[in-house]
Design a binder for this molecule. Structure first.
Ligand code: NAD
Length: 342
């Protein structure tokens, strides 16, 4: 069986990446759409052969409960709308994938996790890097230690925001935050899989060079972390600098991904040259990601981006904002192994 996925929110990412990726998927397909823009309905129905009965808007969305063709609801809306639609999807008895950031507060992450538990549905975050082969190779180097233990990591994630002051990404209410909410979660993610452990403390600084443009949200943030295995590191995220790199320093060498969170294929190298190389032929990241979640639903295989992982990252986001508010104070974190998938 192939699972039927309904995409909620047919913007740039749903249209440009997820829908095309679903055409290549083995265990799921694009079965339905949920949109607030009536003009998109016919365009998508024609393009992806979606029957009228699988098309919903934000008002009648809850009727999806009665539609057996839809197994999974994938929420691809502005960040502050994730929680509402994930919870409505769970109550409709559908498995849920939410785009990153999972939600705009830890309280909202908890509400999503609880709604999924109460309704007996599976929950995943749209963390496409967690099933990327380059990421997995970093995880292998960290776990198997061919170059020894990790000592230090550095991770950067940012892009230069164009001149569009009206976009939701610059609106605190819709985005929940700026660069940190959007790109910062990638830096948090790669810091953690690069270190192979969760941070136990974090301290952060914010920099604003275009205050007239970034009126409501953060532009650039740096943060320093200590991890539970004594790795130390730093991360940088920005809406005003292109940055896309993970550096992992081992006792006897180093590995680097650059780019480290693009749609792929990524590029990687190590200090060992020909000895430790990154594979990999062309692959389709979002296809792999959604197939992996579908397999999890169908067979109980590993969920590589569970809700707990999304929530952990928002705990870290909140700690970063708190540190900035308190003038860079070091904030302790008590995460244990939360969100670490073995
Ligand atoms: P987008 O602006 O291109 O699309 C947003 C969609 O939401 C549009 O279809 C819009 O009509 C709809 N919408 C509904 N209510 C809205 C409102 N009040 N204001 C603005 N739009 C509204 O954004 P996007 O780039 O597709 O991002 C959507 C989500 O996907 C975000 O959470 C983002 O972080 C995530 N995303 C993830 C990746 C990834 O690589 N995993 C990449 C891009 C975006």
């Amino acid at each position: 069986k192939k699972l039927g996925i309904a995409l909620v929110g047919l913007g740039g990412y749903a249209g440009g990446q997820l829908a095309p990726a679903l055409l290549k998927a083995e265990h799921c397909y694009l079965a339905g759409i949920v949109t607030g823009t009536p003009s998109k309905e016919k365009e998508w129905m024609d393009k992806y052969s979606i029957p009228k009965e699988n098309v919903y808007n934000y008002e009648n969305f809850d009727n999806i409960a009665k539609n057996d063709a839809i197994d999974v609801v994938y929420v691809v809306l502005p960040n502050s709308m994730h929680a509402e639609f994930c919870i409505r999807a769970a109550k409709a008895g559908k498995h849920v994938i939410t785009e990153k950031p999972m939600a705009v507060s830890v309280a909202e992450c908890d509400a999503i996790i609880n709604a999924c538990k109460e309704n007996g549905v599976k929950l995943g975050v749209g963390y496409r890097m967690q099933t990327d082969p380059y990421t997995n190779e970093i995880k292998r180097l960290v776990a198997e230690k061919p170059m020894g233990e990790v000592q230090y990591i550095s991770s950067d994630a940012g892009f230069v925001s164009g001149n569009n002051p009206d976009q939701w990404r610059l609106n605190k209410k819709l985005a929940g935050g700026g660069a940190l909410m959007d790109m910062g979660v990638y830096a948090i993610q790669s810091s953690i899989y690069g270190a192979g452990a969760n941070p136990v403390s974090i301290s952060a600084q914010e920099f604003k060079t275009r205050p007239d443009y970034f009126k409501e949200v953060d532009e650039s943030i740096t943060a320093q972390m200590k991890f539970s295995n004594d790795v130390v590191g730093n991360m940088f995220t920005s809406y005003n600098a292109n940055a896309n790199r993970l550096f992992v320093s081992f006792r006897r060498g180093w590995a680097e991904l650059n780019p480290c969170h693009s749609y792929g294929p990524l590029a990687g190298r190590t200090s060992k040259g020909e000895e430790i190389k990154f594979p990999f032929e062309r692959y389709y990241q979002q296809t792999t990601q959604m197939d992996s979640f579908a397999k999890h639903v169908l067979t109980g295989s590993t969920n590589f981006a569970p809700g707990e992982m999304g929530k952990r990252d928002i705990i870290i986001v909140e700690a970063i904002y708190k540190s900035i508010e308190e003038g860079g104070k070091t904030i302790p974190l008590d995460l244990g192994d939360m969100g670490i998938v073995k």
